[in-house]
Unconditional design. Structure first.
Length: 422
């Protein structure tokens, strides 16, 4: 009898703290999985890697617990945090810099017009060479963001939907419905949608390696962030962004390469409510980029407060550019405008949300039912099937993923990693 009462109490406590328990499990599990993967590749000892990952997660978690309780914590916890976060940030920044290392020489429109005519094709040719050279770096970043980070954050939301459903017909607010719909939620969210997350993450890892993508940041407020990224949104559809019509760098969707810039926009009371600023972290395929400092001066002068964004869009459309890159001299930072003069955002697959970061809470924002899928939606599929080349690329990516699941991992280990790392 006492054992039954004890386990009932444990179950009630677990239910009351279900969100915290899921966070702890995902936090520790992700470190164990990454540790097991690294040690399996390098030393053929996944169990040791998972054990080390477990204790590292506990070590870092102590800092979070003591901070939440208002206690002072040693700076060593800060160092532990940076050990794991800085490399991921650095690799993404390194790809961004190496893809166009000369951008910092062209913060303003200083070259002569005749010089610009020579520089544009010359630098574009150099970009092709750099594209080939940094292919391994693109693959690594694509794997980290598309599978590890996106997979962990999305699976957390899906598991949370099992325990605390957001839909009335799936058990929200009713214990009886919650109970008999539990098997349905398990199949629907972590199994079905979780499977789609892993498939599209793997497929887009291949695509990101071929079509360069970078992790970038979009500042907005919580209401807009959830509507853009969530499955239940009504204002936006299938994860598309509404284009800005009165911006300084063109008509389109804006991103920053630095988090601080996205936060500045998210907290700007002139643009947004400012009550709950968030940052949407996205994988963005920028396509062909024009640095306005290398565009004709008649185009360059239309960037900024006194310019005409429509002129920038016409220049991009006439010359085959997908993205405008310019240095905001007033703010001292770079901005990126993915052109969209139709206010729909052409090719939604070019912007793929990974997670939403809430600046007020200092953590990833829980999205009910999880993020919208990058690949498995009608709008995205319609856009893909408009391009024969992209259809072939998606099919190729699926073939690569299937090959890797059944055979490729053995080839990677036996023919590559074994010779180079062991």
């Amino acid at each position: 009898m006492f054992a039954i009462i004890f386990w009932i109490i444990v179950a009630l406590i677990a239910y009351a703290f279900r969100e915290q328990l899921i966070q702890i499990a995902v936090f520790i599990g992700s470190f164990m999985a990454i540790g097991a993967l690294i040690f399996w590749i390098l030393f053929d000892n996944a169990s040791l890697g998972s054990t080390i990952g477990f204790w590292v997660a506990i070590f870092i978690g102590l800092k979070l617990v003591t901070q939440s309780m208002g206690a002072e914590y040693s700076s060593i916890f800060e160092y532990a945090y940076y050990i794991f976060s800085v490399p991921v940030w650095f690799l993404n920044r390194l790809q961004h810099i190496l893809s166009e290392p000369w951008r910092y020489m062209f913060k303003t429109s200083w070259p002569e017009e005749s010089t610009k005519e020579i520089l544009r094709p010359l630098l574009y040719g150099l970009q092709i060479l750099l594209y080939i050279a940094i292919t391994p770096l693109r693959l690594l970043n694509a794997f980290i963001y598309n599978i590890v980070i996106y997979g962990v954050t999305e699976l957390y939301d899906l598991f949370f939907e099992v325990l605390q459903p957001s839909e009335w017909d799936e058990g929200y607010g009713d214990w009886w419905t919650w109970t008999y719909m539990l098997p349905v939620r398990i199949i629907k969210y972590p199994i079905y949608h979780g499977g789609l997350v892993l498939i599209e993450g793997a497929v887009w890892t291949v695509i990101d390696t071929i079509i360069p993508a970078i992790t970038m940041y979009h500042g907005t407020d919580l209401v807009a962030g959830q509507a853009i990224t969530g499955k239940a949104g009504r204002r936006w559809t299938d994860g598309t962004f509404t284009a800005s019509q009165s911006s300084w760098g063109g008509i389109g969707v804006y991103f920053a390469s630095r988090r601080s810039v996205a936060r500045r926009y998210a907290e700007d009371p002139y643009r947004l409510s400012g009550s709950n600023p968030v940052m949407i972290v996205c994988r963005v395929s920028l396509g062909k980029i024009i640095n306005y400092s290398l565009a004709p001066y008649s185009t360059y002068k239309n960037a900024g407060a006194t310019g005409n964004p429509a002129v920038l869009n016409r220049y991009a459309e006439n010359n085959g550019y997908n993205t405008g890159e310019w240095r905001n001299q007033r703010g001292g930072y770079w901005e990126y405008c993915l052109f969209d003069w139709q206010n729909r955002y052409n090719h939604p697959w070019r912007i793929r949300p990974i997670f939403v970061f809430n600046f007020r809470t200092g953590r990833a924002q829980h999205i009910e039912s999880g993020l919208r899928h990058w690949l498995f939606s009608k709008v995205v599929m319609d856009d893909i099937f408009k391009s024969t080349g992209f259809i072939c690329l998606v099919i190729f990516a699926f073939i690569v993923v299937i090959w890797f699941i059944f055979y490729g991992y053995q080839w990677l280990w036996n023919e590559y990693l074994w010779h180079y790392f062991i």
